[in-house]
Design a protein around this ligand. Structure first.
Ligand code: FAD
Length: 365
């Protein structure tokens, strides 16, 4: 995997950052190599592995040097497809999961809306029963892979009066009449992945587009978010380790006042702290992944891992940029890019504040 990432992806990182997206062939190539289904059952084209393999994939993709690639692949392999495996019908698995694992169909996951991000229960996209199917209306915001996806896993409301029991998931083809990409968003980091706003205007689907059970969508998407958070942590911590290692090498070579900058106590101690914090974040991620793999549902621990990793990774990136000095600020070293990319971990898939809320709730507060 490392050889593949370093020889086939990393050489293009800069070009893809500039273009604002990486090409679709990356999905197909990853699919051909078996990397889009590392822990999916062999009967659906997966590798039959476990969560350890998914963590390795996220960590190795960080070596690409463009975090947007790892994020888009994670959306495909760890965010949009898990609900199809867990809640989907056999027909949905054959139609969406199998081609997604092969890299032939690109998928996105659409939860967020213009008026509902952290507060998932505030979503306004409605799926209304119509004949033997549904008509869907609404807007989805900040959707990774949204501009190029062939299918979308969508969170909707099917019964506004039913509170948390009124949500349902759907998996819909994006070429249906009424489904459109209204715009692509420019953004601070993760620039090689596309981020779109989607509009659903009277999109008619048959009842076999319903994913999972009608009315269970809220619980189902909360389950999905746990794995999503964990995989985001694994990739981001691995990315921070890479920047740390490069900064360490630089600090040993770069001289000021007649000595390597890494030998100044202020900097030496910063490295010691960074390594300690990064190792803490990595071990928390591994330990949590192990519980998840065993079938436990460690919501508080996943939220702690995401909160802690977000804080640590951003502290580390900031310190590394500082240690690189002017070279850190210049684009050519790639440190400023990593620093920009890292910022998302504290916002996406549940911001720091939401992680604190989840953790505090498990304490009865
Ligand atoms: C690059 C990128 C890619 C993304 N990809 C996807 C995707 O593929 N699919 C998808 O569905 N979404 C995606 N998102 C959306 C992302 O998950 C949301 O941006 C995130 O959940 C935060 O929602 P919001 O932006 O609406 O912020 P808001 O919910 O409006 O929050 C704004 C601020 O208020 C704070 N806040 C909110 N509630 C509380 C509270 N109770 N207590 C204290 N503070 C609070 C938040 O923490 C935040 O700091 C993506 C976002 C980005 C930037």
């Amino acid at each position: 995997m490392r050889k593949f990432v370093e020889s086939e992806l990393a050489p293009h990182a800069l070009e893809w950052e500039d273009e604002g997206h990486f090409p679709d062939w990356v999905f197909k190539r990853l699919g051909d190599l078996g990397y889009l289904g590392v822990h999916y059952p062999v009967e659906y084209g997966g590798q039959g592995g476990d969560w350890g393999h998914a963590i390795v994939l996220a960590e190795e993709l960080a070596r690409c040097g463009s975090a947007g690639v790892g994020m888009a692949v994670a959306v495909q392999a760890e965010m949009a497809t898990p609900p199809i495996l867990k809640f989907g019908t056999e027909e949905q698995k054959q139609r969406y999961l199998v081609p997604a694992i092969r890299g032939e169909k690109i998928l996105c996951l659409a939860i967020t809306e213009p008026n509902a991000g952290s507060d998932v229960a505030a979503i306004e996209t409605v799926a209304r029963r119509h004949g033997d199917g549904f008509v869907i209306n609404g807007r989805k915001m900040f959707i990774t892979n949204g501009a190029r996806a062939h299918a979308c896993v969508l969170v909707t409301r099917t019964d506004k009066s039913a509170g948390h029991e009124g949500f349902s998931l759907f998996v819909v083809d994006t070429d249906l009449p009424g489904f459109s990409v209204s715009r692509e968003l420019d953004k601070l980091g993760m620039r090689s992945s596309d981020t779109a706003e989607l509009v659903l205007d009277d999109v008619r689907v048959s009842s076999d587009a319903l994913l999972g059970s009608e009315g269970r969508g809220f619980v189902e998407i909360m389950w999905e978010l746990q794995g999503e958070r964990l995989i985001g942590v694994a990739g981001s911590v691995a990315g921070a380790w890479l920047v740390f290692e490069r900064t360490l090498a630089y600090a040993k070579e770069r001289h000021a006042f007649g000595q390597p900058i890494g030998s100044f106590q202020a900097i030496r101690h910063r490295f010691a702290e960074m390594a300690t914090e990064l190792e803490g974040a990595r071990q928390l991620c591994y330990d949590t992944a192990l519980s998840w793999e065993k079938g436990e549902y460690p919501v508080a621990q996943i939220s702690m891992a995401k909160l802690y990793a977000g804080l640590v990774v951003n502290r580390v990136m900031n310190a590394c940029l500082q240690i690189f000095g002017g070279s850190g600020y210049a684009s050519e070293t790639g440190v400023e890019r990593a620093w920009r990319d890292a910022r998302l971990l504290r916002i996406g898939a549940g911001a720091d504040e939401i992680m604190r809320e989840v953790i505090a709730k498990t304490m009865g507060l």
